[in-house]
Structure formats: C-alpha cells, structure tokens
Design a protein around this ligand. Sequence first.
Ligand SMILES: [Zn+2]
Length: 173
Amino acid sequence: MFGVGTILVNITPVFTPADENYMRLAIARAREGIAGGQTPFGACIVTADGVVAACDHNVVWKTTDITAHGEVNTIRVACRALGTIDLSGCVIYSTTEPCPMCFSAIHWARIRRIVFGASISDAQAAGFNELTIANDIMKSAGHSPVLIEGGCLSAECRELFREWQGAGQARRY
Ligand SMILES: [Zn+2]
C-alpha cells in the first residue's frame, strides 16, 4: 500500500541496451588493465550526444599514482579530449561504484549521471582499502545533483575481480 509520503528506496533501475553496451566498453577496458598488471576497474564517459569521450582503466600501478583510479583517469582523458573541465550532460559508466574520491571528481566535473556495476562492498571484499561510503550517501550528504544507478551488468563486473585474482599479479592497495 502506497500512501502519500511513501518513500520508495532500492528500486532496481532498468538499463537500456545502450547503457549495457557502454558498460561493456568499460568492462573491456578493465580487462585490458588486468592484462597489463593494473587493478580491475574500467570506466567510460559518454556525451549527451552518445559519443564516447573516453574509455579507460585504472593506472595506479602503471603511473605510481594512487589517485589514478579508473574514473579519475577517464575524467582526465575525457577533459583533455573535449578541451573542457565541464562534463555537464555526460554519463560515466564504471565497472565498480565510484569511491568517495572518484565520486567527488565526478561531482567537480559536473557529470550528470553515474551508472555502475559492482558495489564498493564488492571492491572491499576483494581486498581494497575502501572508504565504505556509498554513492547515495555522498550524494545526500553533499547535496550533489548527480543521478546514480547501480547494478548494470553487475555479475559481469563482479567477475572482473575473480579474473584479476586469477591473473596472478593481484596487488591491492
Ligand atoms: Zn576511486
């Protein structure tokens, strides 16, 4: 029974085939990262016109940069490609829920919508030193207008952690 003032939470979003295709690009990048000794995180930034501005993976080990998470790295690449620091209207697809640092970068870039697959707790379970603050909490505490939709191809995204652990060079941080 839904009366006035009922708040519905944890509605599973319905993702479009386009959403899933963009997420598959991010998953493919994450796999490239795994093959190159990086951690299993990929991201894809798409403009309002549906153009892929950047699709990249985490390069923390490659660049000896602890801030070079998949989302931050992809934001940097997208901004350089588009010649702007303002990604208003863009959507970021991330194989894992952005950590608080990446969520903040997404906010600073004014990205409109976050679509993620696996959750922060999945990354924590894989051994990463995560700050376990969900994006929904960051959004509400920080009054961010960004839209958040989690669970896109979540099984495939979680599988990336297993592939990474099986690749034999799974260094955590
Ligand atoms: Zn991050």
